[in-house]
Design a binder for this molecule. Structure first.
Ligand code: UDP
Ligand code: MG
Length: 165
């Protein structure tokens, strides 16, 4: 069954110039990229993304890490779509702990554990369909995806927008 998954190249991945390597590895899956962008992660977005980790002792460090406190203040966000996308991406990504991740997985190849105990594992990948849905909706607006992977509706907003001069 086709599904969709959120991939983030985390600030350490960008700082280490791993974008090309990571995207090349992920292209082995033959999945389609249906959205991509560079994001400066706000504290609100970081807190929301890692809400399930809020009771962990390393939570504050994790928030600083994803916001780019220790590296570049940016993240590359992508949505991959296709047959069994969630599992295929997760497989190449590797286990959470970079020292336990399979050596040839992306995290196994490029991740490290910091002296503060945070797993700097260079990328994020959704683990299941409900997590993927929550995360894709958090990181992207419907118009930023080239396929309607979830139902949408139209509402009229009268807000001020910034446009090119
Ligand atoms: N993390 C960590 N130490 C841990 C567990 C997690 O530093 O013991 C960090 C790591 O960067 C991980 C993120 O918190 O990617 C989210 O944790 P989760 O358990 O959701 O792992 P993931 O889904 O990213 O493999
Ligand atoms: Mg997770």
């Amino acid at each position: 069954m086709a599904n969709q998954t959120l991939v983030l190249i985390k600030p350490d991945g960008l700082k280490k110039s791993l974008t090309g390597n990571i995207l090349t590895r992920l292209s082995e899956t033959k999945l389609d990229i249906i959205a991509s962008k560079i994001v400066q992660v706000s504290r609100e977005l970081a807190l929301e993304h890692y809400q399930h980790m809020k009771d962990k002792p390393f939570f504050d460090e994790l928030i600083k890490y994803i916001m780019g406190h220790y590296h570049k203040k940016k993240v590359m966000a992508l949505v991959y779509w296709g047959e069994d996308a969630i599992n295929k991406v997760r497989q190449i990504c590797g286990s959470t702990n970079p020292e336990e991740a399979e050596t040839i997985s992306i995290r196994g190849q490029y991740g490290r554990i910091t002296t503060k105990g945070v797993y700097e594992n260079v990328m994020h990948a959704s683990t299941n369909e409900s997590e993927a849905e929550r995360e894709i909706k958090l990181w992207f607006n419907p118009d930023e995806l080239i396929i309607d992977v979830y139902p949408t509706k139209k509402i009229k907003l009268s807000k001020t927008e910034r446009v090119w001069t």
